[in-house]
Structure formats: C-alpha cells, structure tokens
Design a binder for this molecule. Structure first.
Ligand SMILES: [Zn+2]
Length: 491
C-alpha cells in the first residue's frame, strides 16, 4: 500500500498585517519530500500519528510536504500553490490513500477556502481516493471540505493537546474503511454563530459541555464526532461554529448527531461572548494579587491567532502601574535584539521597543515603548518543546534576548512565537515558577505549559488584531446575518 501523508497548516487572520509568504512557513517549519518525514516522525502532531500508523501496517509512504506557519494574514499565492502542487503531484504519481494534517481555517490569496480547494483538486485528480483529514478546533468547516474527503475529524481540546489521538483516530477509520470493515458516512451542521476564541477553552463552559456531548456520541457508537469552535478572525463567508460526525453506514445518525451538537451550541451562544474589562482596572486588580505566579494575558495581541506580537499597550500599563517581578513572553522586535546583541550581555541600553507594525484593520499605527534596562541573556532562540502541546517539535524564535528593567524581564524575539510552553522562558534562563507575574501574549494555548503553575489568571484587554471586541473590526465577507454581529435569535 502506498500512502501520501502531508501537512499544510495555517490559521489565517484576515485582519492581520503580517505577511504569510513561503519564508514564513520556513521560519516555523516547512519541509519537502523525505525531510518532511524526518522532521515529524515521532512527534505528537497528527502527521506523526499518520506516520506511526503507516509504519505499523508496513505501508510505503510519500511525504510531499509538511509545512506550518504561525497564524498571520492571507497566505500568498506562491506559498499556497507550492504546497498544493506538491500534494497533487504525489497523488498524481499514484497512491492508495491520502492522510492530510490540515488546519481548516486557511484563507489563501488564490483560494479563500484553502482546505476545501486543496481537497477538491485532489479529488479531481483521483476521484475515488480515500482521504483522511484532521482539522484544528478552530476550523471553519465548508461544504467543499466535507464533500471532498472520506473522513474528517477535529481536535477536542483547546489548548490542542490531543492532536496525535485525533490523527490516529481518523487514520484508523480510513484504514478500516479500505479493508471493507466499515463504511464511514459524514453528516455536518452549522449555525450562524461567530464564537469568540477566548470563550472556546475546552476546560471552560460552554465548550466543555459540547465536547462532552461529542464524546458521548462516540461512546454510543459514532466513529467520530467533532465540534468546531471556528475561527472568527477570518472574514470569510463560512467562518463560524460547526459540527461534523461520522457514522458507520448510517447517514441519518451522523446528521442527527451533528444537529444536536449545533442546537446545544446555539442555545449557549451568549456564553461564547467575552465580557470586556477596562485595562487600567484589570491591571490594578492584578497588582492587588499577592500569590504568584499570576498569568497576565495580552490576548488582543496573541501571535497564535495572527497578532503582530509587538503591541505595547498592555506592557506599558503594567509598567505604569509599577508591577514588580514580571517576566514577559514575548515581544517581537528583531531590531531590538540586534541592538542588544551589539551592546552585549551586561550592557545597559535604552530601546524603542516593539510597535514596529501598523494595523490598518483596527486603524492603529505601531507605537514603540521606550525602555531602559540591562541585557541579561542572548540566545539563538532554538529549543525543543517538552510540554504537552507540540511535544518533540523544535521551535525557533530566531535570535532572542532578555532585557531586564529591574522590575520586568522582557523576552524579545526575532520570529513570531506564541508562549504555550515554559521553554519560551527556560531556554533564556528565566524560571517562570519563581516569578510573581508572567505576562503572556497568548489567549488559551498558554494553558498547555502554564496553567499548572498559575495561582491566578487575569485577561488584559489591550490593542491588536486578535481583539475580542468585534466593534473594532470591519467584517465584509462573512455570511450575514450571523451572531453576535447581528443580534439574531433564531438560526
Ligand atoms: Zn487552534
């Protein structure tokens, strides 16, 4: 048996000014041919699970591409077409099945429905090809995606710590179908609901209940049941919350379960909205907390959802109110790293830090923050994830440095990186367990690495293109009416 196994992933924030070209994929990890296999074999990624299954059954494996970029603006045509062509060429040269590790919220310049278009092209080349697909919990599911694959399953956790489990689940469904043991049929449903990412953590309501409902459907006999929170920062017709279920031969059972899941999501639609708190008040509340570490979430500039990672609004307020013993991860500013490297460890420097990127989508210019401190650490920014998310994957933050102002230690990086693992600090000599405050440019994924050590968490509403304030964004393409942009009461 010959399997095409590939990964092509990007969560596209159409409001983000950060360019998504092929170089951005290479910065995070983009491999072609056998290198793709070497990079991801043994990792906890869905593609790692596919490779493990292939080895188990002694299949011949072709890995045309494994590429992911940190979330950012629409994917440039050259990058999308390069990845899609690699997969299509591999399918065209002959295979028995394809296992694809996708995101589900990729918007490309040439293909707004990035995953649907890819799958449609694959099916055009090989109409009966069995295709297994994993998607992120933040996928914006489309009819085109569902129509052009055999089995599609999404993560049930946010932070995404079950990627390997889901890869194995859908991979096994596909292999069993190919053996003639089962006949997977999919049913899917959605509601006009643009849920907010900050309200999608699967340890919190309402996702906790919805995910438990999906698990119950699987216990009752469905091959798989998925609830997608969706990705609301993609201004794309099909953005929003959806469900997809897979039954063995019984289309009505799959459809019925998907509708039940979506009815429950719709009933709880108000719970998917984040309640705003003025920044000054939230920082003051954090200042009064005595027991650390306290996590401070700069969620409106969450690079893991397309943030520029150099918005200084929250750090400015934290410093203005004089919080002490703070570690920050991380500010994106390659120039500042270069200046610190030139000055050397121990040197005292004054920098115009961050604020390099304008954000036309929210009508804001970049505003640097002037900070003075000592260069504490310099590093190449390379480390391997040991925590529960992306376990085993090598990450590169590019040349990195720590600026110590006395009260605040600021990690400054040259490549975008969401802090979901303690390695973001420990690789630079900061022990996060000993700090009173950890200021993280993250939204929910921080929980993978930091929830266990947090005594309290305070969400801080700053500026940025991952804002949870819909009034700051201009939606033009998403289908209307949709809640909460439109206060509709019935689906
Ligand atoms: Zn996600």
């Amino acid at each position: 048996m010959r399997l095409v196994i590939a990964m092509m992933k990007h969560e596209t924030n159409t409001f983000s000014p950060v360019r998504t070209d092929w170089q951005r994929f290479r910065d995070w990890g983009a491999y072609l041919g056998p290198e793709a296999r070497r990079a991801y074999e043994g990792t906890a990624m869905p593609i790692g699970a596919y490779l493990k299954l292939a080895r188990e059954i002694g299949a011949e494996v072709v890995t045309p591409v494994a590429a992911e970029a940190m979330p950012s603006g629409p994917v440039a045509a050259e990058a999308y077409e390069l990845m899609a062509a690699a997969i299509l060429d591999a399918v065209r040269s002959g295979c028995d099945a394809a296992m694809l590790d996708l995101h589900g919220a990729m918007v490309a310049a040439t293909a707004p429905d990035g995953e649907g278009t890819l799958l449609e092209r694959v099916r055009a080349v090989a109409p009966d090809l069995p295709i297994a697909v994993t998607c992120d919990l933040h996928a914006n599911l489309t009819e085109r995606m569902v129509r052009n694959c055999t089995a599609l399953v999404g993560y049930k956790t946010y932070p995404h710590v079950d990627m390997h489990i889901v890869g194995e689940q859908v991979g096994r469904i596909l292999l069993r179908a190919m053996q003639g043991e089962i006949r997977p049929v999919m049913g899917w449903a959605r509601r006009p609901l643009l849920a907010q990412t900050l309200r999608m953590g699967t340890d919190d309501e309402p996702m906790r209940t919805l995910i438990e409902m999906a698990r119950a459907e699987e216990r009752r006999g469905l091959l798989a049941a998925t609830v997608f929170g969706g990705f609301p920062l993609a201004d794309f017709a099909d953005a929003g919350t959806s469900a997809i279920c897979i039954a063995d031969g019984d289309a009505a059972a799959a459809q019925g379960a998907a509708e039940r899941l979506m009815d429950a999501a719709w009933q709880r639609r108000d719970d998917f909205l984040y309640r705003h708190e003025p920044l000054e008040q939230a920082v003051a509340r954090a200042k009064a907390l005595m027991d650390g570490p306290v996590l401070l979430l700069d969620h409106a500039d969450n690079v893991g959802s397309g943030g520029t990672q150099d918005v200084m609004t929250v750090l400015r307020e934290v410093m203005r109110q004089g919080l002490e013993d703070v570690a920050v991860a991380a500010v994106f500013d390659p120039d500042a790293v270069r200046q610190m490297a030139a000055a050397g460890v121990g040197a005292r420097v004054t920098l115009a830090l961050g604020g390099r990127t304008d954000m036309p989508a929210i009508g804001r210019r970049g505003e640097p923050l002037t900070v003075t401190g000592r260069v504490r650490t310099l590093s190449d920014g390379e480390w391997v994830v040991r925590g529960p998310m992306y376990t085993g994957v090598r990450v590169s933050m590019g040349p990195s440095a720590v600026l110590d102002t006395g009260k605040v230690e600021i990690v400054v990086v040259s490549r975008h990186h969401e802090p979901w693992d303690q390695g973001v600090f420990t690789s630079l000599g900061i022990d996060p367990k000993t700090k009173r405050y950890l200021l993280l440019k993250s939204r929910i994924h921080y929980r993978a690495g930091f929830a266990a050590l947090a005594r309290a968490t305070v969400t801080l509403d700053g500026d940025g293109v991952t804002t949870s304030d819909n009034d700051r964004l201009r939606f033009e393409r998403v289908r209307r009416p949709i809640f909460p942009l439109d206060r509709i009461n019935a689906p």
